[in-house]
Design a protein around this ligand. Structure first.
Ligand code: TXA
Ligand code: MG
Length: 313
């Protein structure tokens, strides 16, 4: 159910949960100071309690009250990438962030979104916590329709159009020594190189088996449609059925294409990714092949990571 800007602000202030657009994906928002609403987010999504939420602020001023001191390069990262699809996980002032938001961790995740309506809203409501607006484990939502698919046609959604980026923010984690990429996302690792150079640790999440994961909730199967996904770099000539792939490639004769983009448009592929995965379920498709013949660079890394997680058994 689409609600106006004013109605969204009122619902949030009264302790309700509302679907909110951002430039990456839709979020399921609650005011940070409303613990019951935050608990409702976990219940609605069926989200494990060990998977913490991102705090979305409208400005650095809003954000600064949570931090004791900022890690090195914080100011430069914020200046360069905010507002935008970068999330920073940092140590916080004790008790400034309710434990339920951060799953009891001594850190919290922050982002200033680029979507102008999201920022206007957060200026009115104060900081909003929001995970992606999808049932836990399912493809994220990049349109108001997607949010309604998962939470019902009566669920309040503020319509901000189709998300420009289409995949979640890139998460950087301050490990006390350097910044590490904890989740690939809409900003490619190479985007941070000019600023951080070799000081950026690439991929911390599952470093070594003996080490406890940074955030266990992120390890589960994610982004997955009901349909079985079969990933291919090279297609067997006798493959038959649905293919999620590229408009400028030829697939075996028995295949029907659900297009991501042409093979030189990673931004468009990212924008369409979750809609393509959701289309499988909308059309009652049981199984699909996915063309993952993509370069090991830039946004393609994010696309491949999402597809591998979506195909995990
Ligand atoms: O683009 C996005 O980031 C979207 C939009 C709505 O902003 N949000 C999003 O939220 O993707 P979600 O909940 O689907 O993913 C948030 C991830 C969690 O899975 C967790 O891994 C990480 O953020 N996270 C949050 N707090 C953390 C913390 N204190 N330590 C480590 N990871 C944390
Ligand atoms: Mg999510």
């Amino acid at each position: 159910m689409r609600v106006s800007f004013k109605a969204a602000v009122k619902l949030l202030q009264e302790g309700d949960v509302v679907g909110i657009p951002t430039e990456t994906v839709y979020g399921l928002a609650a005011c940070i100071g409303q613990p019951e609403a935050v608990a409702k987010i976990y219940a609605l999504k069926n989200r494990p309690s060990n998977n913490p939420l991102i705090i979305h602020c409208a400005s650095e001023k809003q954000l600064s009250s949570y931090l004791e001191e900022t890690p090195p390069y914080f100011a430069q990262l914020a200046e360069r990438f905010w507002p935008g699809p970068m999330t920073l996980v940092m140590p916080i002032k004790s008790v400034s962030v309710p434990a339920i938001v951060r799953s009891g961790l001594p850190t919290a995740a922050f982002r200033i979104p680029a979507h102008p309506l999201a920022r206007l809203l957060i200026e009115e409501t104060g900081p909003l916590v929001m995970p992606s607006a999808n049932l836990s484990g399912r493809p994220s939502a990049t349109s108001p329709e997607h949010v309604e698919q998962d939470f019902g046609s009566n669920f309040p959604v503020f319509d901000g159009g189709i998300c420009e980026r289409g995949v979640e923010s890139t998460i950087l984690y301050w490990n006390g020594n350097r910044w590490e990429i904890a989740r690939l996302g809409a900003l490619a690792p190479s985007a941070f190189r000019p600023l951080l150079g070799e000081r950026l640790e690439y991929f911390s999440l599952v470093k070594e088996k003996k080490e406890a994961p940074l955030c266990p909730g992120q390890l589960f199967r994610h982004y997955a449609p009901h349909a079985e996904l079969v990933l291919f770099e090279e297609f067997p000539a006798d493959a038959e059925g649905i293919v999620i792939g590229f408009t400028d490639r030829l697939y075996p004769a028995g295949c029907r294409l659900i297009p991501l983009s042409s093979s030189d448009e990673p931004e468009t592929a990212a924008k369409n990714l979750y809609a393509c995965l959701r289309q499988l379920d909308e059309q009652g498709i049981q199984k699909a092949f996915v063309d993952i013949n993509m370069p090991d660079e830039n946004l393609w890394l994010t696309l491949k990571e999402r597809l591998r997680k979506a195909a995990a058994k």
